[in-house]
Ligand binder design. Sequence first.
Ligand SMILES: *Cc1c(COP(=O)(O)O)cnc(C)c1O
Length: 384
Amino acid sequence: MIRYGCQSIDDADKAAVQAVLDSVWLTQGPTIGRFEQAVASHCAVPFATAVSNGTAALHLSCLALGVGPGDAVWTSPNTFVASANCALYCGAKVDFVDIDRATLNLDPAKLADKLVAARRDGCLPKVVIPVHFSGRSCDMEAIAALAREFGFRVIEDASHALGASYRGTPVGCCRHADITVTSFHPVKLITTGEGGMTLTRDEAVGKRLARLRSHGITSDPALAEGEWDGPWFYQQIDLGYNYRMTDLQAALGESQMKRLPQFVARRRALVRRYREILQDLPVALPADDADDDSAWHLFVIRVAAAHRRAVFEALRAADIMVNVHYIPVHLQPWYRRLGFRPGDFPEAEDYYREAITLPLHPQLSDADQDFVVATLAAALARLG
Ligand SMILES: *Cc1c(COP(=O)(O)O)cnc(C)c1O
């Protein structure tokens, strides 16, 4: 079976987890800080908070920016549901901005139009969550310029984009965002089993995120309200959660971070190879990434909508676990109940009807890739 995405665990990764098992601290120990430091230094950003998963990272990020009832949060419809659900958890309203046909990312021109209309109607968003689909950064300079003009905050969903760069800076550096989040689910760029992280340059936001991860509790007397009873004392000053990552997971993550550059290099090499061996087939390939900036979490091709299902089934029948990223979030039943309808975001819907995610991960061999392409070519030839 060839999976669309898959972790790579080596002996050093296993030894790192074993070392934590043999230590005193299975959770709330020193490995968490080391993993946070490894990601922060890769991303050139000062404050990192490891959490239990990427969804928790999104939820805490909304809370840390003060999202609540009466607020609006906008994101891309071409994403995993968590990018939108995080705002609903906070009691806010969600809306979407349609994607750019080439990059498949939230389109800054459509965002600008929607902001002008929202300003007129008095319903500007508090937060916009651009999603770096497939590992390619959104146009963050354009989005940050709009954030300044219209006064919203920005959370980058970089679940696909750890290891990517944007105009010479690492994705995650938060030059154009208040917070960046990422995920360490096994299909993502590195894994901790389950896991996620928030990154920020804003020290106050960073402290708030760390506190919200652990029940909203502080043991810093400087933050005390009233008397500080003694050295045993702590206070709950926010309503937080237990969204902690374990040290077992952090050890795996710290070890995986050393391998991130190789993982991304292998993904980029596989993408170059896909482009070569797919060039004569009647499929649309992802837009060029001339600067090799994308982390290439996903490799999505587009086939004629009328053939998508047959092609998908032919690949699955050959034990090639292709996938589709993404069913537009606004078409999910939960979101339809909130009033969204087919036709609301036509680019995302058109793209969805044609998309197939081919296997792409560091463990994929050239021979696996040849088999995927041969199976795809045979299916397309049968369909004529
Ligand atoms: C994976 C993913 C998430 C959620 O991450 P989990 O760690 O699975 O909670 C959020 N947004 C996007 C775009 C993702 O791909």
